[in-house]
Design a binder for this molecule. Structure first.
Ligand SMILES: Cc1cc2nc3c(=O)[nH]c(=O)nc-3n(C[C@H](O)[C@H](O)[C@H](O)COP(=O)(O)OP(=O)(O)OC[C@H]3O[C@@H](n4cnc5c(N)ncnc54)[C@H](O)[C@@H]3O)c2cc1C
Ligand code: FES
Ligand code: FES
Length: 1328
């Protein structure tokens, strides 16, 4: 198994998942990020001998769902087996690192394994295959473009930009446009050198272990049984044995892919003492083709089914393959590749998931289930009765599904599949459907009709009665109207239905039917032309409703200014240097906090959280939990020796809880399994308290706020409103956002034996804060506590405050028990407990002249802060300070308040209020444009800052770079001509609309307090000349360590290869500031620079004396001469202050400017959208490292796009967060990247203030993602104009398919039943 070719007998407890299993070799490369098969971080490759083809089959799987016993006879390759820095890198690993496809690196081993598996099967894959292979892997940092780029270097058609050389590529146009100050030779578009890559040599790949091959050639027919503590795993070798076992254990489920059973066992507590694993039974993998249809073994994986169907489609005439085509369409978007490789057809059908993508099609396609038991065989139809689970139509306990028969379709029969999900790939459908009609030959009369829907009930729903009533009807508009009416009646979804989005789902029910109606009409037209001219069909004017958006492989160009040709080669500043941990990320050798090997006597901690939103704790009964094996202790507030947090923000509550998810106590046990089992046994009795507030609206009503209002004002707003031509008022709602860092919160506390010392290994952006909090909690001095941060698997603001709380609770456990404590949050707990971006509700009133000049703007906004203050006061301050964005408006009033609600406390998040707040400002602009009948870009341009000026808080700045970004963005995107093309397209297409938008940005960098702008560094030079650099910033994936080494290398004038950074530690650099606010590299860079300059100054006399000497000579001499080779560098940073009384200040050291343009196409019938293109121009001044900075811009843009389009937090009316994993909360996937995605760094831009004239770019790109939002809103507005509906509508982010569909109101949205909100309890409540 894995790193070397060796065979491991599966002798462990059977129910152990592969990822949980303590392997003989400690392998930590495979990462755990969700545990539900939905993120791909744990991807490994399985190789099995296929007895049918006699070939080795390689396929990727998600290890977190794979029971170890299912791997009997299989070879598993983890990232360690692919290559290593110590031995030899595999080209996949080398290329992903060198193409800058890694930032935090937590997703990277999974990405490597997906591409590696693809290459094992297809050494020269197509780009489509690459997209498919990566569809199940999530990355929260990079925005996917560089990952794809690395994989693309293996592809046949790989040539970078496909437009290059055609005259259409932006590169072909040269760079000497009027806005580009640099000469074309100054601009580079290469971030890595392809020629450096070692070639792929498939002969170097690990062979399939001969022992396993021998096993496969002489297959074991005997039943294999693995006994565990609680579960017995039985793997029969023959069908006969399986059927016997099924009689003996009728209640035992078959287990194949475990993608349905596994999640149910994990999250719903299902338990099966016996599991039957039939994977070795060849009858279940049989495929047989007849002239009537296709029979597929129930044990075939969905990936195999996909191949089988594709082959059959290529062999048969189109009319016979209608059902197969429909199935294939859905199989392409069903889950990710790994799940399709694991999940079986039988498991899929038998699970009868309510949103199954296959069952509706199989049902309408008249599929039959071939069942077998000891009694014999029988067939049952896969119909509505089977789907409803009626006993008379179901499998008997001793029966199994052997295979599925799917008949061919026939002439005059049409089958289609429809599905709408939050994203295109790797997302369960909101609603899906299978539809089939058989028309009487040569006519349009309905002879047979079947329609089935998923997502609208507890299982797939068949609209049998409606279909029956439509038999004999002609396929025309009258039939369509009647069918819609019947369907809405039969497929009724109650207002309180689980999953919510009820009106959207009802609308999709009829919208899909309309699509089907048109598709059939379209096909009929073709047939009629061929077979008869007696039937006449009118021209279809609705063709734009037909096409779905295809998955397209993104392309793009990244431009940046090259370094001066005179810059010494060894000076890496300004060059696209690879992340210093890139190769280690790619090989899995990079150690994250939870990769630290278990230490002696280590215990595991699990947290007990409140199930009530606001309640008094009456009692906590720990007795049953404490009796469980392995459980040592339960930590409560009483155990805290020092300070229990703040008065209104307790670490552990004493008698009152303020939200669901608040940590109440913590179990300490020998293993994580024992600790998690014990938390369920703790009984807490509550007494509910009033009020319970979840929404901003309720908080306003109850006057429930966390801090005083923040207000800025300029000019005379009331007077200005009197004088303007027009006034518009509106509302904006922006939902919250989950950080979704791939590495969940993790801390390991190791108490030492002496002097109460503690070592804390923690994934944090702010180690000093963890240190201070632990110190006050334990009541021991700070100097006894050392916090270590090697690297953080993504932070985005979510690891500024929370790690201190978790570190302190774990430290209490460590001190009380005397044992080291490891606390690693599950994804579910992490999402429940830690809070995220503040949801926002904003009201605006804007006064303007008819020419679009805005004279007055009054914005009042509220953010949902949750139950404690956390960072809410600073967030609302920043939000208000940044509200004006790029606009000079004479009369302004901005007010903001942070609401206190009974939800988990919200906290820092990339952009810190700006992405939410500025959406209000930009929405005002759109509203003004609509009222004036002008284009939004014109209004933006008209109101933008033009000359050196002062902001609303009287800080002076020059908007010159802003205007350059704007103009360059307009120019590079050919904005105006594309605007015209969009309008042309929209005139011709009723059901599809395009939208385009360009957004300017003025983003503030840094903290609004001087004391936060300081940093220190410690640089040691050792006697061999090697240099150890330490500074106060945490490596979060943003490449701070890489940049610091670039700085040190320039200052000491030696190559980066001399340098090393080991970790960030409070023992080497004390009193650090959080790595946040985009300023980390900036201030720490200055500290490193300072330390290096001190050292160089000391070395100067020696260098002068021996100018021809080497670095090593000088260091040796310095040591001989007793010159200290260690120096502390310090940066006493920028002054920043804000006087809120006066509304004046200099709160920010500097600004980052940018502009982004986006074009999208929406499907008005489903709400889906396609991102056609996105372009960003950013003022990075002199980038320290263009590859890293472009990576930050792209990654934050995609994260912003997620905020504004797909990421939706859902809360129950009781304040319970439903969306607690990647299944329910959709961050962008690789298929969400714009088809064309270009980034340019503004050339020849300088700032005297910062290190080497660079700028901090960690956060600013986030807001630019709103260009996608405004492009969608533009398309929606066009649709509404055409439909004569009021163009002005409430802005709601994210612009999910639901929002888009319902905003594009039409006859289908009109015909759905609407419920009186007073008559039902909704499934979820909006909290913004
Ligand atoms: C991350 C993720 C994403 C997903 N996305 C989608 C999606 O987009 N669309 C979609 O439709 N589905 C999706 N699914 C669901 C997936 O399709 C099903 O879980 C899967 O097909 C079940 O197959 P399995 O082999 O894993 O079943 P298992 O979990 O192994 O078994 C499921 C059930 O089927 C029974 N069973 C299995 N085989 C037989 C047999 N031969 N005879 C009798 N009983 C049998 C078992 O006893 C068990 O009760 C997703 C699942 C995951 C984990
Ligand atoms: S950890 Fe396995 S898929 Fe996420
Ligand atoms: S690099 Fe992909 S999640 Fe961080």
């Amino acid at each position: 198994m894995t790193s070397q070719t060796s065979v491991m007998e599966a002798t462990c407890p059977p129910w152990h998942l592969f990822l949980d299993h303590p392997l003989p070799v400690r392998l930590t490369g495979t990462k755990y990020a969700c545990g539900t098969g939905s993120c791909g971080a744990c991807t490994v490759m399985v190789s099995k001998h296929d007895p049918m083809s006699k070939k080795i089959r390689h396929f990727s799987i998600t290890a977190c769902l794979v029971p170890i016993c299912s791997l009997y006879g299989a070879a598993v390759t983890t990232v360690e087996g692919v290559g290593s820095i110590k031995t030899k890198l595999h080209p996949v690993q080398e290329r992903i690192a060198k193409s800058h496809g890694t930032q935090c690196g937590f997703c990277t081993p999974g990405m490597v394994m997906s591409i590696y598996t693809l290459l094992r099967n297809h050494p020269q894959p197509s780009e489509d295959q690459l997209m498919e292979a990566l569809g199940g892997n999530l990355c929260r940092c990079t925005g996917y473009r560089p990952i794809l780029e690395s994989g693309r270097t293996f592809c046949v058609e790989s040539n970078g930009c496909q437009q290059k050389g055609t005259g259409k590529c932006c590169l072909d146009q040269g760079e000497n446009d009027s806005f580009s100050h640099g000469k074309s030779s100054d601009i580079s578009t290469d971030l890595f050198m392809k020629d450096e890559f070692q070639p792929l040599d498939p002969t170097q790949d690990l062979i399939f272990p001969p022992e396993l091959l021998r096993m496969a050639e002489n297959p074991e027919k005997r039943t294999l049984t693995f006994h565990g503590e609680r579960v017995t795993w039985i793997s029969p070798g023959t069908l006969k044995d399986l059927l016997e076992l099924k009689v003996k254990h009728p209640e035992a489920p078959l287990i194949l892919g475990n993608t349905s059973l596994g999640p149910a066992m994990k999250s719903q507590g299902h338990f099966h003492p016996i599991l039957l694993y039939p994977a070795r039974i060849s009858e279940l993998s049989m495929v047989s083709k007849t002239s009537e249809g296709l029979t597929i073994g129930a044990g075939c994986s969905l990936a195999q089914v996909k191949d089988i169907l594709a082959e059959r489609i290529s062999e048969l005439p189109e009319e016979k393959t209608q059902t197969y085509r429909a199935l294939l369409k859905h199989l392409k978007s069903l889950a990710g590749q790994q799940i399709r490789n694991m999940a079986s057809l039988g498991g899929h059908i038998i699970s009868r998931h309510y949103n199954s993508d296959m069952n509706p099609i199989l049902a309408v396609g008249n599929a039959t289930l071939n069942l077998i038991s000891e009694e014999g065989t029988r067939q049952i139809p896969l119909n509505e009765h089977f789907l409803a689970g009626l006993a008379s139509a179901d499998l008997k306990p001793e029966e199994i599904l052997e295979s599925v028969y799917i008949p061919h379709s026939q002439k005059w029969e049409f089958v289609s599949a429809f599905r709408q999900a939050q994203c295109q790939q790797n997302a369960l459908a909101d609603v899906n459907a299978g539809m089939r009609v058989l028309l009487k030959e040569g006519t349009d009369t309905i002879e047979d009709l079947s329609i089935a829907y998923g997502g609208v009930g507890v299982t797939t729903i068949s609209a049998h009665n409606s279909c029956q009533q439509l038999l004999g009807r002609r396929w025309n508009e009258l039939m369509l109207d009647e069918a819609c009416r019947l369907l809405l009646d039969e497929v009724s979804i109650p207002g309180s239905a689980p999953g919510g989005s009820v009106e959207f789902k009802r609308t999709l029910v009829v919208s899909f039917l309309f699509k089907f109606y048109l598709e059939v009409l379209q096909e009929l037209k073709k047939l009629v032309k061929l077979f008869s001219d007696c039937l006449h069909y009118p021209e279809i004017s609705d063709l734009s409703a037909l096409e779905d958006f295809p998955v397209t492989v993104p392309q793009g160009v990244q431009r940046y200014q090259s370094v001066d040709s005179h810059q010494p080669l060894q000076d890496s500043v300004g060059r696209p240097i690879m992340h210093v941990s890139g190769l280690k990320h790619a090989t899995g050798e990079a150690m994250f906090c939870d990769d630290i090997p278990r230490v002696d006597k280590e215990l595991f901690m699990a947290l007990v959280t409140s199930t009530r939103a606001h309640a008094k704790i009456i009692s906590i009964d720990l007795s049953e939990a404490l009796e469980l094996p392995g459980v040592l202790d339960v930590i409560t507030a009483k155990d805290i020796p020092g300070t229990n947090g703040a008065e209104d923000d307790k670490l552990l509550p004493v008698d009152e809880v303020l939200c669901v998810g608040q940590i109440i106590c913590a179990v300490v046990a020998e293993t994580d399994v024992q600790a998690k089992r014990a938390i369920k046994m703790i009984k807490i009795t509550y007494e509910d308290l009033e009020p319970v507030i979840f929404t901003i609206e309720d908080a306003i009503k109850h006057n429930s706020f966390l801090c005083p209002e923040k207000k800025l004002e300029q000019g005379n707003i009331e007077e200005a409103f009197e004088k303007v031509d027009q006034v518009v008022e509106g509302e904006v709602h922006v939902g919250g956002q989950e950080h979704f860092y791939m590495e969940t919160q993790t801390v390991l506390v190791i108490p030492k034996t002496e002097d109460k010392e503690l070592d804390i290994y923690v994934s944090t952006q702010d180690p000093a804060h963890v240190q201070k909090t632990v110190s006050s909690t334990l009541n021991i001095p700070i100097n006894r506590i050392t916090c270590h941060v090697k690297r953080v698997g993504g932070g985005f603001g979510g690891k500024v405050g929370r790690p201190a709380v978790l570190g302190a609770i774990a430290a209490v456990g460590a001190i009380k028990t005397g044992h080291p404590i490891r606390l690693v949050l599950d994804r579910e707990d992490d999402m429940l407990i830690t809070g995220g971006r503040h949801p926002l509700f904003g009201k605006y009133k804007v006064g303007f002249m008819n020419n679009g000049r805005i004279k007055a703007l009054d914005i009042e906004c509220f953010i949902n802060g949750g139950c404690t203050l956390d960072e809410s006061e600073q967030v609302i301050e920043f939000l208000v300070l940044r509200l004006e964005n790029a606009y000079k408006i004479q009369n302004l009033r901005f007010r903001g308040r942070a609401c206190m609600t009974n939800l988990p406390s919200n906290t820092a998040f990339r952009g810190f209020g700006f992405p939410q707040g500025t959406l209000i400002t930009e929405s005002c602009i759109t509203a003004v444009a609509a009222k004036c009948g002008l284009l939004p870009e014109k209004i933006r341009e008209k109101n933008m800052y033009k000359t050196v000026d002062k902001t609303i808080y009287k800080q002076a700045f020059s908007p010159e770079p802003l205007i350059r970004c704007w103009n360059e963005c307009l120019d590079k995107t050919s904005f105006h001509s594309r605007r015209m093309q969009v309008e042309e397209f929209n005139k011709k297409n009723y059901w599809k609309k395009k939208g385009i938008a360009i957004i300017p940005m003025k983003f503030t960098v840094g903290f609004a307090a001087t004391s936060y702008h300081q940093a220190a560094a410690l640089v040691h030079i050792y006697t061999d000349g090697s240099v150890l650099v330490t500074h106060g910033g945490s490596e979060l994936g943003q490449g701070i360590h890489t940049k610091m080494l670039q700085v040190a290398s320039r200052e000491l004038k030696i190559p980066m290869s001399y340098m090393h950074i080991c970790e960030t530690s409070t023992a080497t650099v004390p009193n650090t500031i959080a790595t946040a606010a985009s300023i980390g590299s900036d201030v720490n860079g200055r500290a490193v620079q300072n330390a290096c300059q001190i050292l160089l100054k000391r070395l100067e006399p020696i260098i002068k004396k021996n100018p021809e000497g080497t670095w090593e000579d000088w260091i040796e001499a310095a040591f001989e001469q007793r010159i200290s080779l260690s120096a502390t560098g310090y940066f006493r940073g920028y002054k920043a202050f804000m006087d809120w009384e006066k509304g004046e200040g200099d709160p920010f050291p500097y600004y980052v400017y940018g502009a982004a343009c986006s074009e999208v196409e929406i499907d008005c019938l489903t709400g889906a959208h396609k991102k056609i293109r996105a372009d960003i121009v950013m003022d990075a001044c002199c980038s320290l490292n263009p590859a890293i900075d472009i990576g930050q811009i792209e990654g934050s843009f995609i994260q912003g796009m997620g905020l504004y389009t797909t990421e939706e937090l859902k809360y129950s009316p009781e304040g319970v967060l439903y969306s607690r994993g990647p299944d329910d909360y959709k961050i962008p996937t690789i298929t969400d990247v714009p088809v064309e995605f270009n980034v340019s760094l503004l050339s020849s831009s300088h700032t005297p203030l910062t290190i080497y004239s660079s700028k901090g770019l960690g956060e600013s790109g986030m807001f630019l993602g709103s260009a996608v939002f405004f492009a969608i809103a533009d398309a929606v507005a066009t649709a509404r104009r055409e439909r004569d509906i009021a163009e002005h509508f409430t802005v709601k982010s994210p612009a999910t398919p639901e929002w888009v569909r319902m905003a594009c109101a039409d006859r289908f949205t009109e015909m759905i039943p609407r419920d009186d909100p007073k008559t039902f309890k909704p499934w979820s409540i909006p909290i913004a």
